[in-house]
Write a protein that binds this ligand. Structure first.
Ligand SMILES: Nc1ncnc2c1ncn2[C@@H]1O[C@H](COP(=O)(O)OP(=O)(O)OP(=O)(O)O)[C@@H](O)[C@H]1O
Ligand SMILES: [Mg+2]
Length: 472
């Protein structure tokens, strides 16, 4: 049985048809005009749309066009007035699955719908077989040559085709959403919707209504029924972003959908069954939240069936240059500005920086640099990394150091400079030394005498015995 949308401004005909199809076991939605139908298409997926050709506002052809654009696999059957065969022919040319002339017998419509559903089943089968052949993984837009990214994509390939729940973890901007999308697009659900919900963006009640929908009158302001994201994702994938930011009540409800694949709309009593695959992402430490009692342990295990850890960019520096090249090419098109690449010094700066905002920060940095660039190459001065002003060698340095009126020990300025350089280089001493134009040995010495603390997990290199440092 399938999900069917009936669009007709003729109320009694629409209701009669909807009733008959619901009796035959289909899940039926109605739209009283073309605009409403188009709105519903933006909200969710239908196997078949039965639409009147001529309606006030948007016509059946508009509905057809929207369906072709949003859900190319949806079959559209148009109903035409008796005698308007030429429009019917035009509809078929525009990609309609079939048409029916009014008036028609319900049985005739049922046969056409059954055919459309059969075709969809066959398409699913073909998709599945093609996936099983393992040749249509399209990872073209996921850039990087590091081993770390390679292993992530290896897991994506393995889990995509199953219905397994996957938890993607990682710092901000590491590509969690991109990976969730890749899992969906390489799954057997690829032709169905990929629906995303950001759990951190909404407070409890709004989030639950977003996820599960609500009935008219469920709460003040609920002036009409609303279909939730779970229903929209039926047959497809629901991506729960920032899943660590849900209230206990919402957590309990999500757990139920994971276990039973069913829920009720807010204020509703009818239990709705869905077939949804769930993917989740978070930059929080869920295990620690479980220990602290703020995240349900049972939900954690349900979500974390397969865990994918997105490594931060500073731990896969091999990806920096390919990503930079990719973004340069992309923004050249978008900004209509020819940039061929970057100067070696600028490229080196990218390698030394520690990228707290990861790939999103790199993407923004490249876009900004391209806007600033005067020539066809990005220069070090065009890159404004981590809000630190670019070092302008040769200047008077007045903007680099601000000396307070009561004065400051030179040692203190040195310390600030060293820590800044170390942070920029992800605490790699050799790189920090290069930034400050001193030798690694001098760097090492200054770290010791100025007593600079390294963050947890990073250690200062041992002070090597060597010739006296007096000449430093
Ligand atoms: N390997 C990659 N190749 C190309 N683009 C990438 C890659 N990884 C990330 N990006 C791009 O970087 C940006 C950030 O990625 P995404 O939104 O997936 O990260 P995120 O981990 O979900 O971030 P947040 O935690 O902030 O939600 C996006 O524009 C995405 O397209
Ligand atoms: Mg994200």
């Amino acid at each position: 049985m399938g999900r069917i949308l009936i669009a007709d401004d003729h109320d009694s005909l629409r209701r009669g048809l909807a009733q008959a199809l619901a009796d035959a076991g289909h899940d039926v939605d109605e739209a009283a005009n073309g605009n409403q139908a188009i709105e519903l298409l933006h909200e969710g997926f239908f196997d078949v749309i039965v639409s009147d050709l001529r309606m006030g506002g948007s016509t059946g052809l508009d509905v057809l066009k929207t369906a072709r654009a949003l859900h190319p696999r949806t079959a559209v059957i148009l109903m035409t007035a008796f005698g308007s065969v030429s429009t019917a022919v035009e509809a078929m040319r525009s990609g309609a699955f079939d048409y029916v002339q009014k008036p028609f017998e319900i049985e005739e419509m049922e046969v056409k719908i059954a055919k459309a559903l059969e075709l969809r089943r066959m398409q699913h089968q073909i998709d599945y077989l093609r996936h099983a052949g393992g040749d249509i993984h399209d990872f073209d837009h996921i850039i990087g040559s590091s081993g770390a990214l390679g292993s992530v994509l290896g897991i994506v390939r393995k889990v995509a085709r199953s219905n397994t729940t996957v938890l993607v973890r990682g710092e901000t901007g590491t590509g969690k959403e991109l990976i969730a999308g890749a899992i969906h697009h390489n799954s057997t659900r690829a032709s169905r919707s990929f629906v995303k919900v950001n759990c951190a963006a909404l407070q409890e009640n709004l989030l639950e209504s977003e996820l599960f929908g609500h009935e008219k009158g469920a709460f003040t302001g609920a002036d009409k029924q609303r279909i939730g994201r779970f229903e929209q994702a039926d047959g497809g994938t629901l991506f729960l972003d920032e899943v660590g930011d849900m209230s206990p009540s919402t957590q309990a409800k999500i757990l139920r959908v994971l276990q039973e694949q069913e829920f009720e709309r807010l204020g509703g009593t009818r239990t709705i069954k869905v077939d949804v695959r769930m993917l989740a992402a978070t930059n929080r430490d869920l295990a620690a939240m479980v220990r602290a009692g703020t995240f349900r342990e049972d939900l954690y295990y349900r979500l974390n069936v397969v865990a994918i850890e997105m490594p931060p960019l500073r731990e896969r520096k091999d990806d920096i240059q390919p990503l930079a090249a990719f973004f340069i090419k992309r923004f050249s098109g978008e900004l209509k500005k020819r940039i061929d690449g970057m100067e070696p010094d600028a490229a080196r700066m990218l390698m030394r920086y520690n990228w707290p905002g990861n790939i999103r920060e790199l993407e923004n940095a490249i876009e900004r640099a391209m806007l600033l660039a005067d020539g066809h190459l990005i220069t070090p001065a065009d890159l404004r990394l981590g809000d630190t002003a670019p070092v302008s060698s040769g200047g008077d340095g007045a903007s680099l150091v601000k000396i307070p009126p009561m004065g400051v020990p030179l040692e203190e300025i040195e310390r600030v400079a060293l820590v800044e350089a170390l942070k920029m280089s992800n605490w790699v001493q050799k790189d920090a030394a290069e930034l400050l134009h001193i030798s690694p040995r001098v760097m090492n010495y200054k770290i010791k005498v100025l007593n600079i603390d390294f963050p947890r997990g990073r250690r200062a290199a041992p002070l090597r015995a060597g010739p006296p440092l007096a000449a430093v």
